[in-house]
Design a protein. Structure first.
Length: 113
């Protein structure tokens, strides 16, 4: 039984790490998306080892400083939104997460006042 079962049906990738960066949860979408890098076998490894420099240094800083990061990435005609974030339980830092999902190349921006 996982504390993250609510993400099992999320239509995008979800990865959760310990404060030290050890991958402790991946939903099925993340496992499938990362199959060429090991998929489910990545659980128990360090997420920092999955990132080349300078992305590794960026993620190390985000995790150390407990900051969020959001950006889009485009590859082979597919655009993805990625959100990296610290996780807190009962007010205590308990890990780091990443959510990623496909978005349209031209995504609408709605201004609301």
């Amino acid at each position: 039984m996982s504390n993250f079962e609510g993400f099992d049906s999320f239509p995008g990738e979800v990865m959760i790490c310990t404060p030290e960066g050890i991958i402790q949860y991946m939903n099925a979408e993340a496992e499938t998306h990362l199959v060429k890098h090991g998929g489910r076998a990545l659980i128990g490894s360090n997420v920092l080892d999955c990132h080349p420099s300078p992305a590794r240094e960026k993620l190390e800083g985000l995790m150390r400083d407990r900051q969020s990061n959001i950006y889009t990435s485009e590859e082979n005609g597919t655009k993805r939104l990625l959100y990296q974030f610290p996780i807190y339980r009962d007010g205590l830092y308990s890990g780091y997460g990443e959510i990623s999902f496909e978005v349209p190349i031209q995504i609408p921006n709605i201004l609301r006042d």
